[in-house]
Design a protein around this ligand. Sequence first.
Ligand SMILES: NC(=O)c1ccc[n+]([C@@H]2O[C@H](COP(=O)([O-])OP(=O)(O)OC[C@H]3O[C@@H](n4cnc5c(N)ncnc54)[C@H](O)[C@@H]3O)[C@@H](O)[C@H]2O)c1
Length: 439
Amino acid sequence: MKRRKLLKTAAVSTLSAPAFLRSRNLNSTLQMASVGTEAKGWSDTILMSTHAKARHVAFCDVDLARTRQAKGLQPDAPVFQSSREMFEKMEGKIDAVTVSTPDHMHAYISLDAMRRGIHVHCQKPLTHNVWESRQMRLQAAKSKVITRMGNQIHSHKHYRTGVRIIQDGLIGKIKSVQSWCNATGHGKSGHISRPKSAPIPKTLNWDQWIGVAPTRPFVAGRVYHPWGWRDWQDFGNGCLGDFGCHILDPVFTALQIHKAPTHLLCTDHTGINEEVWPAQNVVKYDFPGTKFTEKDSFEIIWLDGGRRGNARGTHIPREIGLPSSGSLFHGTEGTMVLPHVGAPRLYPQEKFVGKIKEEASLDHYHGFIDGCLSGKQPSDGFDYAGPLTEAVLLGNIAVRHRDQKLEWNEDKMSLRSPTTDLSNWLTRDYRDGWEIKPV
Ligand SMILES: NC(=O)c1ccc[n+]([C@@H]2O[C@H](COP(=O)([O-])OP(=O)(O)OC[C@H]3O[C@@H](n4cnc5c(N)ncnc54)[C@H](O)[C@@H]3O)[C@@H](O)[C@H]2O)c1
C-alpha cells in the first residue's frame, strides 16, 4: 500500500471492541514472549522475568546466534525467527510480548500482536514513522490491551522528581524548554553510504531482519545488524529517534502536553544525504500552552550531536556548566536542569534549598506486568507514547526540510511547508508482502 493511500486512512478511525477476547485467567501467570532476545531485547526479557508471575513461553530473534541467553532462561520455550510465525503457532498461549527489535519493525510486530489481543511492551521510539505511531495508539485502544513504551527512565526517581517539581509549581510557569543529547545522528555504523555486501551468516534470516524496509544486501560488522541500523534512514531515526523519547519524556509528562506541536523548524544541521541522518541537528517545536506554561504557546528546542542548551537569560549563573544530555526548563520563578539521567538541579540554588521532594523509582517492567494482570493501564501506554513519538519523528521531517517552517495539523494528519504538502513523509512505502494494515 503506497504512502498516499495509507494516509487517507490515517486521520480518523472508529474504535470498536476487540475481535479476540482471551479466556485465560490473568490472575495466575502472565505468559510472555520476547521479540529480539539480545542487547536491549535481553535486558527487557530478563527484567520482565524477575516478576514472580511472569513466565516466558516463546522467543523470537531473526539471528539464532543471538538466542543463547534466552534459551538459558527458559530452555523449554520454543525459539522462532519470524514473529508472525510465533504468534500463529502460539495462538492463545501468549498474553504479553516485549518488542525490542530495530525501530523499523516495531509497528509491524506490535500491531500484529495487539490485533491478536496480546499486551505489548515496545521499545522506544514507539515506531519508525509518524503514521505508524498513530496506528499504534488507535490499535491499542481498539484491542483494549495493556501497552507501555520501553523508555524505562520514565519510571526513574530523577525523572519522576523533575516532573513533580514542575507540577508542584516550584519554578513557576514554564516559559520555554531546551532538550539536548550528546549522541550523533550517524557514526555508529562507520559509513554514510552503502558499503559492499558480504555473505549472510547462516544463523541470520536477513529477509526477516529487513522486514518492511526496501531490501538491500547484508553487510558484515555492525553496519546494520546489530546496532548500526540507527544511523540509516530506512531503519532508524538518528539521535532524535534514539533519545528523543527518553529526553523529551519528562517534558511531555511534566507539562501534560496532550496537543501536538503546531509548527516545526530545523534551523541547522550538518548535512543529510539519502542514506543516513545528520550528525547534528537543531529543531524548534511550537506547542500550544498547557496549565503549566506561562503563555498559550511555548517553544521546545531540541539539539543533538554534542550541542548543548543555552542558559543565557535563565536563572543559571554563568559559571555553571550544563550536562552533556538533558533538559532545561526556564520558569517564571526559577530554572530546572534535568540531566539525562541525573538528579534535577534548581536555580537560583539558594532559593530552593530543602524544597525538593524526591519521588521514588518504580519498576517500569514490573509495572507493565502488573498492568497486564490487573487490567489497569500504567502510565506511558501507547495513548501517551504515540503522540510523544509522533512529535519526535516530525522533528526528523523538519530536518529533511531545513529552514522551512512546517505546519502540522494533528487531526487531519497534514504537514505543510510554506509552499508544499509534505504529508507523504509521514509514512513509508512498505515492502511487498510486509504491508501494515491501517486500523
Ligand atoms: N530503552 C533503552 O534504554 C534502550 C537502549 C538500547 C536500545 N533500545 C531500543 O531497543 C531496540 C533494539 O535496540 P538494540 O540496540 O538492542 O538493537 P540490536 O540491533 O543490538 O539488537 C536487536 C536484536 O533484535 C533482533 N532482531 C532484529 N530484527 C528482528 C525481527 N524482525 N524479529 C526478531 N528479532 C529481531 C536482532 O537479531 C538482535 O538480537 C531499539 O528500538 C532501540 O531503540 C532502547
